[in-house]
Design a binder for this molecule. Structure first.
Ligand SMILES: NC(=O)c1ccc[n+]([C@@H]2O[C@H](COP(=O)([O-])OP(=O)(O)OC[C@H]3O[C@@H](n4cnc5c(N)ncnc54)[C@H](OP(=O)(O)O)[C@@H]3O)[C@@H](O)[C@H]2O)c1
Length: 420
């Protein structure tokens, strides 16, 4: 018998309890032992919950119970969760968590602290998709050339509705909140931070890189306009919020932002709240993982897979995938050194010389234009839509500043990176 304590019996915690009961036969057969949810910890004991696990609001009761072998952390947040997990590991209890924020900040300390005690976190990235398992165990023979992930279902749902149904950003954000996809304070999702947390976890496994959210480029979906959507449609692109990791020599670019991606790419077809992750290995080529990135049952499916794995094997793979550091270590590329293609949108005065000014500023920075489209509007105004060949992030940013100060644009130019 394996006794587990669950810290946080909310959406995911309740699903874990229910699935352990519903699928007890197959879970016991696969684990080789019966997994018993022994004690749950919550904030508010008077809240109604549809589970039979005994509950407490005192986490020490769980941590001090020597009959509990494993702590499943499903409370969320960073510092409180960190303290609970640290105490559990110090007491020699194995840990399973779904908490990406905790791992985005503390994964290396926790790996160190865990030592030979099992510590698993499959549900922390892309919910029910077994991407940690795939990257850490299934693809270990490869150098990982790139990872591109749709790893925030809220943003994907919103972009999908904006593009395919023409719904405005504010309207669809409200709908996403009502459906429970977006938090009451949606910044974490729409600002790209949630996707960044997940990307950092994947980057540790793929590249051994220890970076924090503050170290990488993070932009959200807030500035997408109907003109960008029209441009995307006209040139057969989809608009997606991607978490991107790319290995270039000994440098790794890590970034989260909206991209224009050709409709023909498989990952461009991941719609609605679904998640999708494309991983390219130098030997295996492209592998694509698709599924539910959130929701109680889908997330609990990944949590229970970790519990079963630990029940079967005790300590399994190294937590972040490396037994020892690589001899030639990879390092994080500076944000300004990122190189990609760009789409630029700028409202301009419709008069002669404007195009020449914009082209000269871009040309002076070695930015070469691939396509250009001018849409004439009322009152002598027009919108210039440009796409570039591969350019450097710092050059684009400097050029946009100069264009903004040149007097030919009516508001700050908008830039979206193109992923092809
Ligand atoms: N929901 C998803 O689809 C999903 C997907 C992937 C990963 N995750 C991750 O899974 C974790 C749990 O998410 P969730 O959606 O299940 O959250 P949730 O519904 O808000 O549940 C959180 C639970 O933790 C309890 N709790 C919070 N702070 C506590 C504290 N200081 N002491 C004791 N109990 C505390 C809450 O108690 P009360 O019930 O009494 O308030 C609640 O039972 C998070 O790390 C989240 O990022 C969730």
């Amino acid at each position: 018998m394996l006794n587990i304590g669950i810290v946080g019996v909310g959406t995911v915690g309740q699903s874990v309890c229910q699935i352990l009961e519903d699928n007890k036969d197959i879970i016991t057969a696969r684990a080789g032992v019966e997994i018993v949810p022994t004690l749950g910890v919550v904030n508010n004991l008077s809240k109604k919950r549809d589970v039979s696990i005994k509950l407490t609001d005192n986490v020490d009761e769980l941590l001090n119970d020597d009959s509990i072998d494993m702590v499943v952390e499903l409370m969320g947040g960073v510092e409180d969760a960190y303290n609970v997990v640290k105490k559990a590991l110090k007491k020699g209890k194995s840990v399973v968590t779904a908490n990406k924020a905790l791992l985005a900040y503390h994964r290396y300390e926790l790996q160190e602290l865990a030592g030979d005690t099992a510590f698993e976190y499959e549900a922390a990235v892309a919910g029910g998709i077994p991407i940690i398992n795939a990257l850490r165990d299934g693809l270990t023979a490869n150098h990982i050339t790139s990872i591109r992930g749709i790893i925030n279902g809220t943003c994907n749902y919103m972009l999908d509705k904006m593009i395919n149904e023409g719904i405005d950003y504010d309207v669809i954000l409200k709908e996403a909140q009502e459906l429970g996809y977006a938090e009451a304070d949606p910044t974490f999702d729409v600002g790209g931070f949630d996707a960044a947390h997940k990307l950092l976890i994947l980057a540790s496994i793929a590249y051994g890189i220890d970076a924090k959210p503050e170290d990488i480029l993070i932009e959200g979906i807030e500035n997408i306009s109907s003109e960008d959507i029209e441009f995307a449609k006209e040139f057969n692109y989809s608009l997606k919020l991607l978490g991107i990791a790319k290995m270039k020599g000994t440098k790794v670019e890590l970034r989260v932002h909206t991209v224009l991606i050709p409709n023909t790419e498989m990952i461009a077809k991941v719609d609605g709240v679904m998640n999708g992750v494309s991983v390219i290995g130098d030997k295996v080529g492209e592998t694509l993982f698709y599924g539910a990135g959130a929701g109680g049952d889908a997330t609990a499916s990944a949590v229970i897979a970790n519990i079963i794995d630990i029940a079967r094997k005790g300590k399994g793979s190294p937590m972040l995938g490396f037994k020892k550091p690589m001899e030639v270590g990879l390092t994080l590329a500076a944000k300004d050194d990122i190189e990609t293609k760009y789409y630029l949108r700028m409202p301009v005065i419709d008069k002669s010389g404007v195009l020449a000014t914009v082209s000269k500023i871009l040309g002076d920075k070695n930015i070469s234009i691939k396509t250009m489209l001018q849409k004439t509007c009322e009152n002598n105004k027009a919108t210039l839509l440009l796409s570039t060949h591969t350019s450097k992030e710092s050059d684009i940013k400097e050029a946009l500043k100069e264009i903004e100060n040149s007097g030919v644009v009516l508001s700050v130019p908008v830039m979206i990176r193109i992923e092809e």
